[in-house]
Design a protein around this ligand. Structure first.
Ligand SMILES: [Zn+2]
Length: 387
């Protein structure tokens, strides 16, 4: 299961304790599209291991299939598990209607996606391409290998392993602050495992991965004896050489910095203001492999912007639709600068924004919810201006 709550909670995670995250309210992504029941009759896109469809009126953009196929290969390797045969394609269905249909048995509203068994096989439903479908693909790779353990371990691993280069998952360690720990999480039944529990779950799995290494973690996760929930504690001790309670305490006070899974920035899509004014232009066209999306958003591959010193910038985004976001998602202390310098920047198509910006690294995302995903030329300009 994946839920909007944990995704949004993560994006708001800066300077917030794990406990405070538990109280974040749920925001709902709205859609500008009208569902079309006939849309699944055509527009099927197949890769070696996936069969991708959408229930929205929007097309499946050209970057979607190669991204998801590379994700399922990456995930299987990370999980140290084999993939299914290429003639046995996993159904991946996009759109809110797909999620409503496939995940109808869920206890929670506002699901982003789920994995469900249908007869002898599995189906992934997801409202969006990035993050959510990768999270569900982690569940799928494990389920198709006959593996399933406690909810805390499954959801924590799905979160951590959904991070990829350009699509990072930022994890927070408690660093001594109060948090729901793995001992408590293990006692929460699946039906009561609310989305806020994903955050400490991914934190603990991340900690196990960093502390013991990938192979030790995967040997534990891939141990078929874990499906017997009564023996999880003894198997944990067998694999990690300490009890879950001991690991809980060590995780809670670990002083290592918060990790991210998947590189936040891909070098060939990272730009620096130190090189002078930035100007990027091209076609924002769903038919191009540089664009992904299958439901509400069409998006360019994520980019990054390095700002070396606190300064003031003019940011413009020329296009017929869509928006540009410049998001601070990493810890950054660039010295004295006002709140404006540190806040996220949002520029709608056709607009220009002048704001202070702190000397940090930012994620730059371009996306559009324009119905039908029509192509538009775009130009992004970011330049320093006099304060
Ligand atoms: Zn999940």
């Amino acid at each position: 299961m994946s839920s909007r709550t944990d995704r949004l909670a993560r994006s708001g995670a800066r300077n917030t304790s794990l406990v405070a995250l538990a109280s974040l309210t749920i925001a709902v992504v709205t859609s500008g599209c009208v569902p079309d029941d006939d849309a699944t009759d055509d527009g099927i896109v197949e890769t070696a291991h996936l069969r991708i469809t959408t229930t929205t009126d929007n097309p499946i953009c050209a970057g979607t299939a190669p991204f998801l196929e590379s994700e399922v290969l990456r995930i299987a390797e990370a999980l140290e598990l084999p993939l299914w045969a290429e003639d046995d394609k996993l159904d991946v269905r996009f759109g809110e209607d797909s999620v409503a249909e496939v995940c109808a048995d869920s206890e929670y509203e506002h699901l982003n996606g789920c994995l469900r068994r249908t007869g002898s096989d599995f189906v992934v439903a997801s409202i969006e391409v990035a993050y959510t479908s990768s999270h569900e693909l982690v569940h799928a790779v494990r389920a198709k290998n006959g593996l399933w353990s406690a909810t805390m371990f499954e959801e924590g691993l799905a979160e951590v392993a959904s991070g990829s280069n350009g699509f990072p998952v930022y994890v927070r360690y408690p660093h001594g602050e109060p948090s729901v720990g793995p001992v408590e999480l293990l006692g929460i039944p699946r039906s009561e495992f609310e989305p806020v529990y994903y955050i400490p779950s991914e934190s603990f799995i991340s900690w196990l991965w960093e502390t013991y290494g990938q192979s030790t973690l995967m040997a534990f996760m891939n141990d078929r004896a874990l499906s017997n929930t009564d023996s999880i504690l003894s198997h944990f001790e067998d694999h990690f050489g300490q009890t879950l309670a001991e690991a809980d305490q060590a995780w809670a006070i670990d002083e290592r910095p918060d990790p991210s899974w998947g590189a936040p920035c891909v070098p060939e899509r990272t730009y620096s203001l130190a090189d002078g004014p930035l100007e990027l232009s091209g076609d924002f066209d769903c038919r191009e492999p540089t664009v992904y999306g299958a439901a509400y958003f069409m998006s360019l591959w994520p980019m990054c912007l390095d700002v070396t010193d606190n300064t003031r910038v003019a940011i413009s985004f020329e296009a017929e639709h869509g928006e540009l976001q410049v998001l601070g998602r990493e810890p950054c202390d660039a010295g004295p600068a006002g709140a404006e310098a540190y806040r996220d920047k949002w520029v709608k198509a056709g607009n220009m924004l002048e704001e202070d910006i702190a000397g940090c690294r930012y994620r730059m995302l371009v996306s559009s919810q324009e119905p039908g995903f029509p192509a538009t030329p775009y130009t992004i300009r970011i330049e320093e201006i006099d304060p």
